[in-house]
Design a protein around this ligand. Structure first.
Ligand SMILES: Cc1ncc(COP(=O)(O)O)c(C=O)c1O
Length: 364
């Protein structure tokens, strides 16, 4: 039997288990910087909204409540600089949308989807689930006039590299895709985490001028609001495309739970907890960056986002093992694309106490 899972890559994290076992055996305990999972508390303003809306026996709307739709629209206007009328739709975190977007848009075998050369693995997973072909490049000129391109993924700030695409680059991607009738999906889940530069949304007036034809922005509350456990995200952009996604998702039961929709309203209406969390990550970033540089690492890009993209100029698995011997776990660059074999990704999502431990070990 040919199974759908056989079309998918091996689950990469299983490959990290041996290094994890080595790191876990460190007498001071593991410092796990391999995954970008939030460790700080859910903001009280959000838990209050969740619990106040716990008694919701009926089915929630796939389209989202009027309140959550209004909160998403207001947020895209304020944080993304989108002055036009955007279509909005809550999603069950953003990973499911990334994995199913090609299928939901009707991308089929024989179609091509462009993804960044070094990127979050789920873009390729989504292409494979649709039976289509992924092309890894950020130089669209290399793709040429290929009429089979149906979708172009961009991710700025990038996971794992932290690279930010300037507005001029985003404008070119949008123009290129529109000429071919392809959709641009911009994954912007790290938008609030600019350090050395301010990331620009694809929805900003600088890029789209209020016309979102063929453009979708994908957002997540997991990182900005420590809500990875709630599964809260949304897609915003071209009203016709968002309407199409809604039409399919209604049938497929892809509904954000009602209490989570209420929590999203609270999270999107408050920027103070985002600023507070940003400050925590900023401090951890400075300390980890100094410790890695002091230990001989070179940090590339990393101007935004939740990771340091670090290299010792050697095979990434050698670096993973070197760090694991110090009780520190990082993700090998290879997980993110064949072009990243000499980097490791170091997440900023560890408590201050664990960051201190990592610093001491890197200095020793
Ligand atoms: C680039 C990128 N997109 C999407 C996601 C998915 O996040 P979530 O499903 O928690 O919204 C992640 C998670 O790490 C990510 O790094």
């Amino acid at each position: 039997m040919s199974t759908l899972s056989s079309a998918l890559p091996d689950f990469p994290w299983d490959l990290l288990e041996p290094a994890k076992a080595v790191a876990a055996a460190h007498p001071g305990g593991i410092v796990d910087l391999s995954v970008g999972t939030p460790v700080d508390p859910v903001p009280p303003v959000v838990t209050a909204a969740l619990t106040a809306n716990a008694n919701l026996p009926g089915y929630p709307l796939t389209a989202g409540t009027g309140e959550v739709r209004a909160a998403i629209a207001a947020w895209t206007a304020a944080a993304c600089g989108a002055s036009g009328e955007v279509g909005v739709l809550p999603t069950i975190g953003s990973k499911e949308l990334v994995a199913w977007l090609p299928t939901l848009l009707g991308v089929r075998p024989g179609d091509t989807v462009v993804i960044p050369p070094v990127c979050y693995p789920t873009y390729e997973v989504g292409v494979r689930l649709a039976g289509a072909t992924a092309v890894r490049t950020d130089a669209l000129t290399a793709v040429g006039p290929d009429p089979r391109v149906r979708l172009v993924w961009i991710n700025s700030p990038s996971n794992p590299t932290g690279r930010v695409l300037p507005a001029a680059h985003l404008r070119k991607v949008v123009a290129w895709a529109r000429e071919r009738g392809a959709v641009v999906a911009s994954d912007e889940c790290y938008l609030s985490l600019g350090w050395d530069t301010t990331p620009v949304s694809v929805l900003s007036d600088e890029v789209c001028g209020g016309d979102y034809t063929g453009v979708l922005a994908v957002h997540s509350l997991s990182k900005r609001s420590n809500l990875a456990g709630y599964r809260a995200g949304f897609v915003a952009g071209d009203p016709a495309l968002v309407g199409e996604l809604l039409a399919v998702r209604k049938h497929a039961g892809m509904i954000v739970p009602g209490p989570v929709q209420a929590a999203m309203v609270a999270a999107l209406s408050d920027e103070s907890h985002v600023a507070e969390q940003r400050t925590r990550y900023g401090a951890r970033r400075e300390r980890l960056r100094a410790a890695l540089t002091g230990a001989g690492f070179e940090i590339t890009h990393s101007e935004a986002g939740l990771y340091l993209w670090a290299s010792r100029g050697e095979d990434c698995w050698k670096t993973v093992d070197w760090l694991a011997a110090k009780g520190i776990l990082a993700a090998p660059g290879e997980f993110y694309g064949p072009a990243a074999g000499q980097h490791v990704r170091v997440a900023l999502t560890a408590t201050d106490e664990r960051v201190d431990a990592a610093m001491q070990r890197l200095a020793g």
